[in-house]
Design a protein around this ligand. Structure first.
Ligand SMILES: Nc1nc2c(c(=O)[nH]1)N[C@H]1C(S)=C(S)[C@@H](COP(=O)(O)OP(=O)(O)OC[C@H]3O[C@@H](n4cnc5c(=O)[nH]c(N)nc54)[C@H](O)[C@@H]3O)O[C@H]1N2
Ligand SMILES: Nc1nc2c(c(=O)[nH]1)N[C@H]1C(S)=C(S)[C@@H](COP(=O)(O)OP(=O)(O)OC[C@H]3O[C@@H](n4cnc5c(=O)[nH]c(N)nc54)[C@H](O)[C@@H]3O)O[C@H]1N2
Ligand SMILES: [Mo]
Length: 765
């Protein structure tokens, strides 16, 4: 067949701008305005009556877990509602009254839909019924569930090897769905399970696994209240984890200090009005005591400089570092200090770009406190040295003995609401022998022992036609992945692409030769069996497993739950000839949990009543047990300084989220906290750089990356003067993903370098 055309507006140009307005960035996050904006979104999408009832159940015991981020819920929920502006927007997006029905697909061919922006695609609404795109067709047509399952089964049977199939997961699925999905992939015979976390916190997982023996953070929510100092590095909680600001506020009110490390002065990190407290509506708290405006990817240099200065102070009194802790629990201290001594203060200062006075203030604060927490997100993970960025944070905590005690520890702030749980229950491309053994014991089949593909490897395999069937449990693989045009070809090369989704997105519109969209229930919707509502479980950012139970009427009567869809596919494939009874297992969530308890360490068979508030999974760092590591000790790491060798006309570009988006789902065109309204194709630039390059406010430029001799262009961005370090730029993802080469990723974790892309700018013609 001839390949269907696919069009990418970033590559084509001819952009119609939507009429930008610029204001001063806001200094306060949240407050009354946030609640007002949240409700406006909710009423617009969900109608008049549903939002308030639904919001009052979000993040409450017995209700449903917010579909936005993975921040944990406090033990005592606020009476004003335990949700934030962006949680309400996420709910509104899922519970919208708009529908993508059969007529919609009849009206619009996939090629035409692929020219729509992500915003326009997302706003079309919830998918009502399974849809199929046949080899020569230009439009999706409706299909029965059983026929859809049979098509997937047939295409899987046609493969020469199970490793020609790919099973992607995005982090919104429940533990039960993800467990079943991983079980099916293994029963089918492959570990090709790329996951959104490959593009997200994989660097954290690798860094923490190597140094502390567990790829997760160590703090609990209460620790943030007790900390003496919290560093928030490379993270924008005001937009992406707003409820974290309440925890930072509590820390401050208890006498703690907050240090933010970020090229931008993000709204929530400066000041905050707590919408969950009556007085917070009006008066606010200044959050950061110290803000360190580091250059993009200057964090290792900054941390090294801080530790060098601390080491000098420690030389004098041996009280700045926790020598008892270092001696008893760590390995590599002396080698670390020797390595640190090789760097000059001048070189480090120059590379991090931060004023020395501010660094000295930070050093003074850290010198006298030993209960320190470091929180981080994508500003650290999405660089070539993403793993080392995090290991440098671990070094600081080890020096201070800030682990395994109240008020101290590591806090990688997770993205998707159940991304951590999905990994815990078995979504991973590498082989876990213990898991395989337990699967054998419980389910009586042999799981594959060959390492599978992560995101980058999966894209390459599809591009080179080594993989031919792509199945996605949620997510928007095309827009989320790097090198958009390369990834598009990869998906188009497949014989079949299958998306289990709630809403239409770009990945459905750049399909394989055949394609299926299988519509599923969202987190907020009732999942009924024989008239009774069922619950599922998720794991939050701090390792606590808890229930989630939807309360809204489903978007259509023809949706299936994720476990049922997976069970349907597995049953059509195995046709009863497999030791697992897939239909029975997928229909009974209690049974899935019972099996999870048998296969995974720490999982309990939660019933409706027991463990309703959730339980923590085991965490060796909390116990200071490093027996799984060399010498049985936590490891110091000697990290190098990243090198970019920028010439005069080159910049480092970070691709970030606006306040009006959840990853590739675009809620609206405003980035209120940064003062940017009604336009997403903007590039934030330092005013001196603008002068130097003879650019004026709102000039139109193209962004160009040049790696391995290939020029990649993202066309037509409006220049916005902004307080950002020189030679640094910021623009939104996913519009800029065309610029990120498939072969540029973090060492060891393979996370694309979404936060430090070397680019030049050209005035657009
Ligand atoms: N509303 C909303 N909530 C979300 C999401 C969403 O899209 N919308 N996404 C969810 C997901 S999946 C994730 S992973 C998280 C993402 O949460 P974040 O990591 O907060 O998201 P980003 O917008 O990528 O922001 C990265 C921050 O790091 C800073 N930064 C960039 N480069 C550097 C650097 O080199 N050094 C330092 N120190 N800072 C740097 C940027 O200025 C920005 O403030 O949020 C989750 N929550
Ligand atoms: N340049 C650049 N690229 C990035 C990033 C960046 O900072 N910069 N961030 C990366 C990060 S941190 C991440 S996590 C990835 C995100 O990658 P993904 O997780 O793949 O992308 P999302 O946009 O979160 O996926 C949204 C889609 O999920 C589906 N969906 C929503 N809820 C549900 C549900 O309950 N069930 C099912 N089955 N489907 C559902 C909807 O169809 C929706 O369109 O993107 C990465 N890409
Ligand atoms: Mo993420």
């Amino acid at each position: 067949m001839t390949k269907r055309k696919y069009r990418d507006i970033s590559t084509e140009g001819n952009i119609k701008f939507s009429g930008i307005t610029l204001k001063e960035p806001e200094t306060y996050a949240a407050g009354f305005k946030a609640v007002k904006v949240a409700l406006k979104h909710a009423f617009k999408e969900m109608g008049i009556t549903r939002p308030l009832g639904a919001l009052s159940h979000m993040n409450q015991k017995g209700g449903f877990d917010c579909p936005s981020c993975a921040w944990p819920d406090p033990e005592h929920r606020s009476k004003l509602g335990e949700y934030c502006e962006n949680g309400a927007k996420a709910l509104a997006e899922e519970a919208t009254t708009k529908r993508v029905n059969t007529d919609f697909f009849k009206k619009y061919a996939v090629e035409e839909l692929s020219t729509w922006t992500d915003y326009e695609i997302g706003k079309s609404g919830r998918i009502e019924t399974p849809m199929f795109l046949d080899t020569e067709s230009s439009n999706y047509t409706p299909i029965s569930w059983q026929d859809a399952f049979n098509i997937v089964a047939e295409e899987l049977q046609l493969l020469n090897s199970p490793d020609e199939a790919i099973f992607y997961t995005s982090g919104r699925s429940s533990n039960e769905a993800a467990f079943l999905y991983g079980l099916f992939a293994r029963a089918f015979g492959t570990n090709n399970m790329p996951d959104c976390s490959n593009m997200c916190h994989e660097s954290s997982g690798v860094a923490l696994g190597e140094t502390l023996g567990i790829g997760k953070g160590s703090v609990k929510l209460e620790d943030l209240y007790k900390a003496e100092a919290i560093m928030v590095i490379g993270q924008n909680p005001g937009t992406n984890h707003p409820r974290m600001l309440s925890a930072l506020e509590k820390c401050k009110n208890n006498g703690g200090h907050i240090i933010s490390v970020n090229p931008l002065e993000e709204a929530g990190l400066t000041r905050f009005k707590n919408p969950q407290e009556v007085n917070g509506f009006f008066s606010g708290t200044a959050i950061s005591n110290i803000h360190l405006p580091v250059k993009i990817n200057g964090d290792v240099a900054l941390l090294k400089l801080i530790m060098k200065k601390l080491a000098i102070l420690d030389e004098g009194n041996k009280e700045v570092f926790d020598h008892h802790f270092i001696e008893k629990y760590t390995a590599g201290y002396q080698s670390f200090i020797n390595h640190l001594n090789q760097f000059s203060e001048e070189e480090l200062l120059n590379q991090c770009g931060v004023n020395e006075g501010l660094i000295n203030q930070t050093v003074a604060l850290l010198a006298k406190n030993k209960k320190i927490i470091i929180c981080w997100a994508m500003g650290l993970t999405q660089h070539k040295n993403g793993v080392e960025n995090i290991q440098e944070c671990v070094n600081l905590l080890l020096l201070k003995g800030s682990l395994g005690k109240p008020g101290a520890g590591t806090c990688p702030v997770r993205g998707h609401s159940n991304v951590q749980g999905d990994r815990t229950v078995g979504i991973m491309h590498f082989v876990n022998e213990k898991l395989n053994e337990n699967i054998k014991k419980t389910f009586l089949f042999d799981a594959p022992t060959k390492e599978g593909f992560d995101t980058v490897k999966a894209i390459k395999a599809m591009h080179e036609e080594r993989a031919k069937v792509f199945v996605a449990l949620g997510g928007n693989f095309l827009s989320a992945a790097s090198d958009t045009n390369y990834t598009a070809t990869a998906l188009q090369n497949c014989n079949l692409t299958v998306h289990i989704s709630t809403k239409l997105n770009r990945s459905h519109l750049v399909p394989g030769k055949k394609a299926l969209i299988l519509p599923t229930l969202g987190r907020s919707e009732q999942d009924k069996k024989n008239g009774t509502s069922r619950f599922l479980t998720v794991e939050n950012s701090m390792g606590k497993v808890h229930q989630t139970k939807g309360i809204l009427k489903p978007a259509s009567s023809n949706l299936k739950s994720e476990p049922e869809i997976i069970g349907g596919i597995a049953n059509a494939y195995f046709k009863g000839e497999h030791p697992v009874n897939w239909l029975e297992l997928s229909a009974n969530y209690h049974l899935i949990r019972e099996k999870m308890g048998a296969v995974l360490s720490g999982f309990k068979k939660v019933s409706e009543k027991s463990e309703a508030g959730g339980y923590y999974l085991p965490n060796n760092v909390r116990e200071l047990d490093f027996s799984m590591l060399p010498q049985g000790k936590a490891q110091f790491t000697n990290c190098n300084l990243p090198l970019h060798n920028l010439n005069e006309n080159e910049f480092l570009l970070m691709t970030i989220r606006s306040h009006d988006q959840f990853n590739t789902t675009i809620y609206g065109l405003n980035d209120r906290y940064r003062g940017i309204y009604n336009e997403r194709r903007v590039v934030l630039m330092n005013e001196e750089d603008m002068k130097k390059h003879q650019l004026k406010k709102l000039d139109i430029v193209d962004l160009v990356s040049n790696y391995d001799g290939i020029e990649r262009i993202a066309k037509q961005f409006l220049v916005v003067p902004y307080k950002i370090p020189k030679q640094n730029l910021a623009a939104y993802f996913p519009e800029t993903n065309v610029l990120i080469p498939i072969n540029q990723y973090a060492d060891k974790s393979y996370t694309p370098i979404s936060k430090s892309i070397k680019v030049s700018i050209k005035k657009a013609k």
